[in-house]
Design a protein around this ligand. Structure first.
Ligand SMILES: *[C@@H]1O[C@H](CO)[C@@H](O)[C@H](O)[C@H]1NC(C)=O
Ligand SMILES: *[C@@H]1O[C@H](CO)[C@@H](O)[C@H](O)[C@H]1NC(C)=O
Ligand SMILES: *[C@@H]1O[C@H](CO)[C@@H](O)[C@H](O)[C@H]1NC(C)=O
Length: 505
């Protein structure tokens, strides 16, 4: 079994698996030196993270958005320290049902108050329907990929056509919510800093930054602070989302700032509880006939080591967290060695050469000088679609179990929707279903025995769901890792019903 070969695989928008070889290099190695706007190797990907980024046909000019202090001083002189936000006036094709001027489309930066020099970039799209719709924030995974991947290819107000025009999306989530996309952790997308200590390594740092972003956002948009608030996202955001939800809940309880009306959090094809989810890989692969029984028995022999690392990682051993990243990834890589060139985000598809998806249009569009100007992005800041340095910096965070914060949120009536497209391997529905069933809360037994019922859209079954109290699990049919891309209408229905409390009725 080529369990530690460099030849294979990795993964991401969202998740990447790593080889032993890459791992033997300390994560610090990848961090930019001071005052360098780090530029990645143009021709050949040198790390597995760079390789996975190429699979999405992305070629960010820099490994991370860390600018020099000189550049930073120049930037600061250019705009107001508290807020820099622009109302967008981009051109759109097709019919939105409203004129662009009537819609509140914004983009900008908020400085993060508890960092040395970090500025977080965001898009904010007021609801196309009603200002009182809930506020929904979306987080893409990676770690280190921009949330604009979702904006342009999944659930944003518009899609990017081949000729770089924006075309209205009939199933944009802004039809039922006031929708925010942020680039995070710092160094991702258009978000930047001039100080390496602002680079995040764990969910404490990530969730504090997101909380500070949200406080700044609601201060600038006080009209929206009373609305219901939901956290959503995908993939590695299965780590971010529970941490962020807990941070918001704690901030509310401690009366730290503007109260945030947190009603729920939704995790789409996430990585949340690695001990359970890494065990499920072989079960899912066998069920889907990616491997046979012999392969299954062989690969399962790798699990005890992975499990032991995860348990030690939970007890505070950072070495074990790193070892787990490698040992657990061997399980995934071993399956891919056998399954061949399947697209592990959607096992119905194959990757052609190195290419699994083509998201290059987003990079072209967002690096256009006029577009950057319209967005209020300084000309010296390039768009880092996916940051390999941010990815590496988060390496010891991967094997941590983010499920542990969920029971207290459920007990306090905050809703969790875990949903998963059924053809995704990397964050497969089985592993997600397993951890959701294992959450230790007062409704565990009742959730376990709750019936599975159809999730029906326009008279057609689009998934199967299970609910008890604040907890819902939904397996989405005919979809891979990116549910809103594969099933746009069903995904919008899901969001609308869930935020209106009608998903389970
Ligand atoms: C928006 O852009 C259009 C064309 O690019 C222009 O005619 C219009 O005046 C702009 N509106 C605002 C409010 O800047
Ligand atoms: C660009 O593509 C869109 C959508 O495919 C199309 O409607 C539009 O006419 C195209 N614009 C140009 C200038 O070719
Ligand atoms: C299972 O698949 C492996 C290749 O992955 C093959 O070598 C082996 O013969 C297969 N075993 C059975 C019982 O089909």
């Amino acid at each position: 079994m080529a369990s530690s070969s460099f030849s294979v695989l990795f993964v991401s928008i969202f998740l990447v698996s790593f080889s032993q070889t890459a791992l033997s290099i300390s994560p610090k190695f990848f961090l930019p030196s001071h005052d360098e706007h780090i530029t990645s190797t143009k021709k050949f990907p040198t790390t597995m993270a760079e390789k996975f980024i190429r699979q999405l046909n992305l070629f960010p000019k820099h490994d991370i958005n860390i600018v020099s202090s000189k550049e930073n001083n120049a930037l600061d002189a250019n705009y107001d320290q508290r807020l820099f936000e622009k109302k967008l006036n981009l051109s759109y094709l097709g019919d939105s049902g409203a004129t662009v001027q009537d819609l509140g489309h914004h983009a900008g930066y908020f400085p993060l108050v508890h960092t040395k020099a970090a500025r977080m970039f965001y898009f904010f799209f007021e609801s196309r329907s009603n200002k009182n719709d809930p506020v929904v924030i979306w987080l893409t995974g990676g770690p280190g990929c921009s949330s604009e991947l979702a904006l342009f290819y999944e659930n944003g107000p518009f899609k990017l056509s081949d000729n770089m025009s924006l075309v209205w999306n009939d199933f944009g989530w802004d039809k039922v919510s006031n929708l925010i996309y942020v680039d995070q952790p710092t160094g991702t997308g258009f978000s930047y800093s001039s100080d390496n200590t602002d680079i995040r390594h764990d969910e404490i740092g990530v969730s504090n930054d997101l909380y500070d972003f949200l406080q700044a956002f609601f201060k600038a948009h006080p009209d929206y602070a009373k609305n219901d608030f939901y956290i959503t996202g995908e993939s590695y955001a299965g780590h971010y989302i529970p941490a962020f939800a807990s941070r918001v809940h704690q901030g509310n309880k401690n009366k730290e700032g503007i109260p945030i009306n947190l009603k729920g959090f939704a995790i789409g094809n996430g990585l949340t509880n690695p001990e359970i989810q890494y065990k499920a890989y072989t079960d899912y692969a066998l069920d889907m006939k990616l491997i046979n029984q012999t392969d299954y028995d062989d690969i399962n022999k790798l699990y005890p080591q992975c499990q032991q690392d995860i348990k030690l990682c939970a007890k505070g051993s950072e070495e074990a967290c790193s070892a787990g990243f490698s040992d657990c990834t061997n399980i995934f890589n071993s399956i891919l060695d056998i399954a061949g060139d399947i697209n592990y985000y959607d096992i119905r598809k194959t990757c052609e050469g190195n290419l699994c998806y083509d998201f290059s249009g987003m990079e072209t569009y967002l690096n256009d000088a006029q577009v950057k100007q319209a967005l209020g992005v300084p000309s010296v800041i390039d768009f880092v679609s996916c940051s390999s340095s941010v990815y590496h910096a988060m390496q010891t965070d991967w094997m941590k179990n983010l499920e542990i914060s969920i029971p207290s949120l459920l007990e306090d009536g905050i809703n969790l929707l875990a949903y998963a497209g059924e053809y995704d391997l990397i964050c497969n529905w089985l592993g997600n279903s397993n951890w959701v069933h294992a959450v230790e809360w007062s409704g565990k037994k009742s959730f376990g025995t709750a019936p599975s019922v159809s999730f029906t859209v326009d008279g057609e079954e689009k998934g199967v769901q299970k609910n008890y109290g604040p907890l819902t699990f939904l397996k989405v049919h005919d979809a891979g890792h990116m549910v809103p891309m594969d099933q746009p209408k069903a995904a919008l229905e899901m969001l609308q019903r869930w935020t209106q409390g009608k998903l389970s009725s």
